[in-house]
Design a protein around this ligand. Structure first.
Ligand code: E4P
Length: 215
């Protein structure tokens, strides 16, 4: 499973990219609005730092408008992936992007059927929202497992991005259940990296070395 970061914050992207584990970035209109920056300018900055897929979401709601909007986003950099919501109009747009060789990430996936439809329309990625399903008492990770099984069974090469990841247990379970990618918030990267026994062990090693080094 690969790691994407789910943010439009440039400092967070730089810091995690420097760890050497980052394969891409996902943004959404809420994340961009939080930053209060020019969207296209921010995409230029992000794509100059991260070479992998950078998802940029369309905000129009008809295929007729989504297609030129997505093409404009895709023209910003070769690694832009156009993010499209799973609606009837979104599917039409995804099909058109696929025909034009533009990569897509179909977002706001909450059911296996939505994922199957997106894959058949030619989506490069689907993003099932694990945390938001858990929030309403449904099984977010169960959906990842179901989509993974169905894509294998039907030879669909659309990749699964586990999205709306809230904590490190989601991360491990997404990997166990067949997600190709997890897009995770900055704080979950740090939580995943840390363990109290690592800190304690390192501190003991260094203390022992300090006592020994001038023996
Ligand atoms: C996915 O691409 C979305 O940006 C994101 O994961 C949504 O997560 P949230 O439910 O924490 O807003």
């Amino acid at each position: 499973m690969k790691f994407f970061i789910d943010t439009a914050n440039i400092e967070e992207i730089k810091e995690i990219n420097n760890l050497g584990v980052l394969s891409g970035v996902t943004t959404n209109p809420s994340l961009v609005a939080k930053e209060g920056v020019d969207f296209h300018e921010r995409l230029r900055e992000i794509t100059s730092i991260v070479k992998g897929s950078v998802s940029a979401e369309v905000v129009s709601t008809t295929a007729e408008e989504m297609i030129p909007e997505g093409k404009e986003l895709a023209a910003i950099a070769p690694n832009i992936t156009v993010k499209v919501p799973i609606t009837a109009e979104g599917l039409k747009a995804v099909h058109a992007f696929s025909e034009a060789g533009i990569k897509t990430n179909v977002t706001l996936i909450f059911s296996a059927n939505q994922a199957l439809l997106a894959a058949r329309a030619g989506a490069t990625y689907v993003s099932p929202f694990v945390g938001r399903l858990d929030d309403i008492g449904r099984d977010g990770i169960g959906l990842i497992a179901q989509i993974s099984k169905l894509f294998k069974l039907h030879d669909l090469d659309t990749q699964i991005i586990a999205a709306s990841v809230r904590h490190t247990i989601h991360l491990t379970q997404a990997a166990e259940n067949g997600a190709h990618i997890a897009t995770i918030p900055y704080k979950v990267f740090n939580q995943a990296l840390q363990h109290p026994l690592t800190d304690k062990g390192l501190s003991n090693f260094l203390a022992d070395w300090e006592k020994y080094k001038n023996h």
